[in-house]
Ligand binder design. Structure first.
Ligand SMILES: C[S@@+](CC[C@H](N)C(=O)[O-])C[C@H]1O[C@@H](n2cnc3c(N)ncnc32)[C@H](O)[C@@H]1O
Length: 491
């Protein structure tokens, strides 16, 4: 979880600017009663919410508790609105184990509308920090190909850190301005999410800092950039495929005007589909009349309707293939790796024998061994690495291979620990806290175990550690942000 991003804004803001923004957006509501409800809701902080991560098998043990503590999110079956503030959630063991992702309710709708399925090719064009990417990977059951693109290098650590923590394996990460990818991928993806960079006027409840940058003119500049991204994404979509355009903006400039920009280029090739998992509030008739009738199928999530932040989601479909004048290469000719490398297979089998388990082998994924890393990745990952200059990395690091031995990674422990029958120790909570602070955990009784063990706490396999004189010491490939100074548990 990115601490700065989630911290409530404490900076003073100009109330006149807030009023100007709210009035600019409020004219899109049908009557004064709704406008007043929107204005007063916008003065308050939105409640925290989280989504369980089905890629982490133990996450289901939390569901009964979350049903008691929180409120289900109507459009996302594994998400809950929470009474507690977000800040505490990042210190939870369940968070460290990747069982949950702290995510606002409104943005979850985009992935539910996208409805990715196992085995598909999916592109998330503007991916960091990765909340929706993880939601997509879960719907794909870690199979197929999930290409995650992010333009900004400083946003990469949060993206990769979240993917690692949540056990995503079916991904390739690229770093490029999104429109550049259209030189390589032609009519290629089954589904594409364009969660576009935007002014953030929909998240003003949480982040008043955006007021310092917001103006209607600036929203128009974002609109131009969004049109470029959406057109490129449309070209990369397979005929018959689904494209979801989403923003955390409620404005016309960043939504309907952007759809117009797409229609101007691709005309009748664009179909706008109805969204049936959210009850939409239509625009006032005189504003709606400025746009084609099927634009009413785009959904505006108003903060005062479900006590959320604001968002916009449109579901688009492509009828015919498109042609591009910029063709650097054609990903359709890149060959997937059909089987695991022999060395990778041997390393995988050695792990399975050491820890007495079967490691997952999702369809369309391969184990590779390169630079001493045993990686589970999409079959197309090695070819993308070879041909796409914007490639950053692919797949889940399963183990580090050194002098003939494979040291399993923290992701493997957190994701597959419950399948492993190898040596393990049950910890108490204070030992667990020591481990998460990077300290030696004193053992309260003697053990015959030596060397590496798995540390368990309730349903969780928390980490791998080394039994030493005096206790257990954390060891292995640790992901970013593993440590917790103030570890707590939800249960
Ligand atoms: C709204 S955020 C995406 C949030 C993300 N989908 C999630 O759910 O966590 C938009 C992202 O697009 C990135 N971005 C900005 N311009 C871009 C471009 N031209 N191409 C690709 N990504 C871009 C930003 O750095 C930012 O991380």
């Amino acid at each position: 979880m990115n601490k700065d991003r989630n911290a409530p804004s404490r900076k003073a803001f100009d109330p006149a600017k807030l009023q100007a923004l709210l009035e600019h957006l409020g004219r899109l509501l049908p009557d004064e009663k709704q406008r007043q409800a929107f204005y007063s809701c916008s003065q308050t902080q939105p409640p925290a919410s989280l989504r369980l991560n089905p890629l982490q098998a133990q996450s289901q043990t939390l569901e009964p508790l979350l049903r008691q503590l929180g409120e289900p999110v109507p459009w996302c079956e594994d998400a809950f609105g929470m009474p507690e503030s977000e800040k505490g959630l990042g210190q939870m063991l369940e968070h460290a184990m990747g069982a949950l992702y702290v995510q606002a309710k409104a943005p979850m709708l985009a992935v539910e509308v996208l409805a990715p399925r196992p085995g598909e090719r999916v592109l998330d064009l503007c991916a960091a920090p990765g909340g929706k990417s993880i939601q997509i990977a879960a719907r794909m059951q870690n199979s197929g190909l999930l290409l995650l693109n992010e333009m900004r290098s400083k946003r990469m650590p949060s993206l990769v850190g979240n993917l690692e923590r949540c056990g995503v394996a079916n991904f390739v990460v690229s770093q490029a301005p999104g429109a550049m990818l259209a030189r390589y991928f032609h009519n290629f993806f089954d589904r594409i999410l364009v969660d576009a960079p935007c002014s953030g006027d929909g998240i003003v409840r949480k982040d008043k800092n955006m007021l310092n940058y917001w103006s209607s003119e600036n929203a128009g500049h974002f609109g131009q950039q969004q049109i470029g991204l959406l057109r490129a994404a449309f070209h990369m979509l397979k005929p018959g495929g689904s494209l979801v355009y989403s923003t955390c903006s409620l404005s016309l400039e960043e939504n309907e005007e952007v759809l117009l920009g797409l229609i101007r280029r691709y005309e009748a090739n664009v179909e706008i589909r109805a969204i049936d998992n959210y009850e939409n509030q239509p625009l006032p008739a005189e504003i709606a009349a400025q746009y084609p009738a099927d634009f009413s199928r785009g959904v505006r999530v108003w903060p005062h309707h479900h006590n959320t932040e604001g968002a916009f989601v449109a579901h688009l479909c492509k009828r015919e293939p498109t042609i591009s004048s910029h063709r650097d290469a054609d990903a359709a000719s890149w060959l997937p790796q059909t089987r695991c490398d022999a060395a990778a297979d041997e390393a995988r089998r050695a792990i399975e024998s050491r820890w007495q388990c079967d490691l997952p082998r999702p369809p369309g994924q391969v184990y590779t061994l390169s630079s001493r890393l045993l990686t589970l990745q999409p079959a197309l990952g090695p070819a993308i690495q070879q041909h796409l200059p914007h490639f950053v990395r692919s797949g889940m690091r399963v183990a580090r291979h050194h002098k003939g031995y494979s040291f399993i990674s923290q992701q493997t422990v957190a994701l597959c620990g419950h399948l492993m029958q190898g040596p393990s120790i049950e910890l108490n909570f204070s030992q667990l806290q020591s481990i998460f602070q990077g300290q030696l955990a004193q053992l309260d009784r003697a053990t015959d175990l030596k060397g590496e063990v798995l540390c368990r706490f309730g349903p969780w396999t928390a980490c791998r550690a080394i039994v030493q004189e005096g206790g257990l010491l954390l060891d292995g490939m640790l992901p970013r942000n593993f440590f917790r100074n103030n570890l707590r548990t939800l249960v």
